[in-house]
Design a protein around this ligand. Structure first.
Ligand code: C5P
Length: 222
């Protein structure tokens, strides 16, 4: 089907941040609007894919034509993603918190006047992209993102290997770029042998191009 090249294909996309609770009213998180991940879910659906979007807490609406699962924490995001395998395509866009609070409190931690605050003990979160990239039911195409503030390309290359991804979409999220939370993005597509540099585009345009690239790859693989 020329019009809908991803008809019959399934895709899982993660988007947004994760919130890792400290106590019932406080959390630690990464900055992420979910705009790029949500746009990719919508773009894959527009090409005919059956898309599950696993979204952390965001303020933007669920995309149309996509099944959205809402989660808070990284461990919930991992469970939601794994429960949707097998799939043809995985695009892990979420800004997952690398650490969670080792023993989050069931009750609000009270401030005690005159006492030093107790330090937070952190534990490492599961790496969702890495888990999917090395899974027995690994999707045919696994794509990760790399938001960096320095040595963007070298870091992305390392990530390709360690995470078992086919492509890494790298962007420089230094505050001066305005990319974080903004409507535009400037990315490099990094594969094992090649780097493609895309111009400054809207996040919707980036999403459309990524969906097209995914369709081309899957079709050429047969
Ligand atoms: O290692 P880093 O966080 O920079 O890698 C970014 C890529 O890995 C993104 O695709 C992100 O969605 C994914 N990731 C993940 N689970 C984590 C950390 C990152 O899926 N715990």
């Amino acid at each position: 089907d020329g019009e809908k090249p991803l008809a019959g294909k399934t895709a899982i996309v993660t988007s947004g941040p994760t919130h890792e609770p400290i106590d019932p009213v406080r959390y630690i998180a990464n900055r992420s609007s979910g705009r790029q991940g949500h746009a990719i879910a919508a773009a894959l659906a527009a090409l005919g894919a059956r898309v599950t979007l696993v979204s952390g807490p965001v303020t933007i609406p669920d995309p149309q034509g996509v099944t959205t699962i809402h989660v808070e924490r990284a461990d919930e995001m991992l469970d939601a993603v794994i429960s949707r395998l097998p799939a043809d395509i995985a695009v892990m866009v979420a800004a997952v918190a690398d650490w969670r609070v080792a023993a989050s409190s069931d009750q609000k931690i009270k401030k005690k006047t005159g006492e030093a605050p107790s330090p937070l003990q952190l534990a490492e979160n599961p790496d969702i992209l890495k888990t999917v990239g090395h899974h027995a039911k690994r999707p045919k195409l696994v794509i990760g993102f790399a938001a960096e503030t320095q040595t963007v390309e070298a870091n992305a290359r390392t990530k390709l290997q360690t995470k078992g991804a086919d492509l890494i979409v790298a962007n420089d999220v230094s505050p001066a770029t305005g990319i974080m939370g903004g409507a535009r993005n400037r990315v490099k597509i990094i594969g094992p042998e090649n780097v493609e540099e895309w111009p400054d585009l809207s996040k919707d345009e980036v999403a459309g191009r990524i969906a097209t690239l995914i369709a081309e790859r899957l079709l050429s693989q047969g």
